[in-house]
Unconditional design. Structure first.
Ligand code: ZN
Length: 437
């Protein structure tokens, strides 16, 4: 069973708690690894460096690291450009048979003098052990908490929110909290946002990252034509969906701020306007699907489909390749992305590994879970509360409404959001250690 699915559990699921596994200070992190394993005996063979632990190399995936690989990953100040943090030498200038001339075990790591130009490298125990234990760099573990109709089971403060005032007074700390809440729950509100215009909202979103432009534009602040509002019109309900399913790289974050909602025709202002908003935790829904109908999960995660945006004259957008509804990170064994807007979906192919009939059966089941009362989280958007959510995980929709709504918002790229989250939640030193390796 994939680690992100806890069978039989109710709403929420905790995957990993980074504060326990990876303390958010580089110092503790360093010390922690140093205390776990006693220093190994290091020896060098013809093409690699071997590590022998007193405990018998338990929990290790390998006992040696190749010479060339080590030399290529030298972290010295001349090999890593200190301004750009880029590799500062040509890997292919290093002799294929590069070998250590001298290996010296020190308290915090291993010093090596190489056969090429007597270059000196130093590797910390932390670096060496992370690649003896794992196959690749380990990114920050993210703690996910699923939500449903009643919020998240484990959260004491619901819904997740931060105050605009906190962002204005201590931006790094508050944006760190905001982005962490979005990473964990899939969404968060910023409360106390000015409603006179969209300007404050736009500036707030830019504190996460720049706003992404699409063929619809960038930041939007939609002011309805009041002349049209003479005729009370009804805006139809929208079923839960993700946006921009037709991009190779769908929008990472999406933001909505309802600046105002009124009915110019209502005399006493007490008209029922409707317009409830809906969020659905797509990862939670996917976990239910996998639990209740494993085949349907398999079909939706394996059958790749075309998607498109063709409603604008002169514009026909489709992703670089076919994508399934449920993208699973196979290496990590957990959900990666949900892509679901049935209106933008293309033709179900015949060569997807399952028949179209099997796909429709699976999608029908998925659709029924998305519409389940216990899964739908309904709320009323109110002026002053800016909603920001992860469009790769959380689906959104709304009920029908009357009157005139003024909405503003925009998209932010996933990678820029994650970068901001990282840099407001971890020390730079620790981030570089993880990202550069
Ligand atoms: Zn070097």
């Amino acid at each position: 069973m994939a680690p992100w699915i806890y069978q039989g559990r109710t709403l929420a699921c905790r995957v990993l708690r980074p504060s326990v596994l990876f303390p958010k200070t580089g110092h503790q992190y360093h010390r922690r690894l140093g205390t776990i394993v006693a220093k190994p005996v290091v020896s060098n063979s013809s093409d690699s460096l071997s590590f022998s632990y007193e405990s018998g190399n338990q929990n290790m995936k390998r006992t040696s690291l190749p010479n060339f690989w080590l030399r290529d990953n030298c972290r010295c100040r001349s090999c890593v450009h200190q301004d750009t943090m880029q590799r500062n030498f040509n890997t292919f200038d290093i002799p294929k048979d590069v070998r250590p001339l001298k290996v010296e075990t020190q308290h915090s790591g291993v010093q090596i003098r190489w056969s090429d130009n007597a270059h000196e490298s130093f590797y910390t125990w932390e670096f060496l052990e992370s690649y003896l234990k794992a196959d690749r760099p380990q990114l920050e573990p993210v703690e996910l908490e699923y939500f449903g109709a009643d919020g998240s089971q484990y959260s004491t403060a619901w819904p997740p929110s931060v105050q605009n005032q906190d962002i204005l007074s201590d931006e790094t700390k508050a944006v760190g909290r905001l982005t962490d809440l979005i990473s964990k729950f899939g969404f968060a509100f910023i409360t106390g946002v000015p409603i006179e215009s969209g300007e404050a909202t736009e500036k707030l979103l830019e504190k996460i990252a720049f706003i992404r432009h699409t063929h619809y534009g960038g930041f939007y602040d939609f002011i309805p034509n009041l002349a049209m509002a003479d005729t009370a019109y009804t805006n139809i309900a929208l079923a839960a969906h993700t946006d921009t399913t037709y991009f190779s790289d769908p929008a990472g974050l999406q933001a909505f701020h309802l600046l105002s909602h009124s009915d110019p025709n209502a005399k006493d202002g007490t008209a029922t306007l409707g317009g409830q908003s809906l969020l659905v935790d797509g990862f939670y829904a996917a976990s239910l699907l996998k639990e209740e109908d494993p085949k349907a999960f398999q079909v939706l995660s394996q059958v790749r489909l075309p998607w498109h945006a063709s409603g604008n004259e002169g514009i026909t957008i489709s992703p670089d390749k076919l994508y399934p509804v449920l993208e699973v990170d196979d290496r990590m064994g957990k959900m990666h992305r949900v892509r679901w807007n049935n209106d933008d979906r293309g033709v179900v192919p015949f060569d997807g590994g399952f028949s179209p009939t099997e796909w429709y059966d699976a999608a029908r089941k998925w659709n029924s879970i998305l519409r389940r009362n216990s899964v739908e989280y309904w709320f009323q958007l109110t002026p002053g509360s800016l909603l920001v959510f992860n469009n790769w995980r959380v689906l959104h929709g709304r009920s029908a409404f009357t009157g005139v709504r003024r909405m503003c918002g925009g998209y932010i790229n996933r990678d820029d959001f994650i970068s901001r989250w990282r840099n407001t939640n971890y020390h730079r030193e620790e981030i570089l250690r993880r990202i550069i390796g």
